[in-house]
Write a protein that binds this ligand. Sequence first.
Ligand code: PGA
Length: 253
Amino acid sequence: MKKIIIGNWKMYPTSVKDAQEKFKGIKKVASTLRNVQTVVCPPFVYTSDLKRLVTGHRCVVGAQNAWFENEGAFTGEVSPAMLASLKLTYVILGHSERRALGETDELVNKKVVAAVKAGLTVVLCVGETERDPDGEYLKHIAMQVKIALKGVTKKDLAHIVIAYEPIWAIGKHALRAASTDDALEVAILIKKTLMELYSKEGGIIPILYGGSVDAKNAWEFLTKSHVDGLLVGRASLDPKIFGEILKNADSIK
Ligand code: PGA
């Protein structure tokens, strides 16, 4: 299976010109790689401009969020139908930075169901704020997965990707990057939870790792934590570094 490498640009960069340059730089590398599906998720406003630069399936544009209704009086929101009409495939949902703004597991669930219904592929983010010695964080993550996937049936599973992102390992204020064992432990937990929910069909859902991924640790996460891909924040804004991550992923057969 191809590795899935997703760049989450968050609220960067500040100009469309810069966004286009960065995307072109990433595409140059990504379009040569057979074993990697590259997805760049820019701020919504740049979506159409970047879409115009897409030339194949290897490097595509995705979204960082979507609402749960397709239209209506929801000022400032963007709907799954709108994303689908632009022919976007991937949408990140439940990112910890959105949860920190008040998104509950129940709201994330509504969004997941609506996005799948619109034909999008959901990149569902889960992860703990901190780790406790008793392992309560494992229960918390299993619960996040279960609530988010309520109403998602076996036939929808090809449209689900799960990204494990420990909140303490995200961003420039991260405590530290997670170890490959930290990521492996939770990747196994998520697999087990998915098998409980969907029996063996649950095993087809790709599991990604995210949180302080860079060109130095990408290969290790992919090989030692046995994840199917990576969700990359800061390092995805530098085409050179992101290109290195993509090439590392491509080298794993
Ligand atoms: P980071 O962000 O790679 O900058 O830690 C990851 C994310 O929030 O998806």
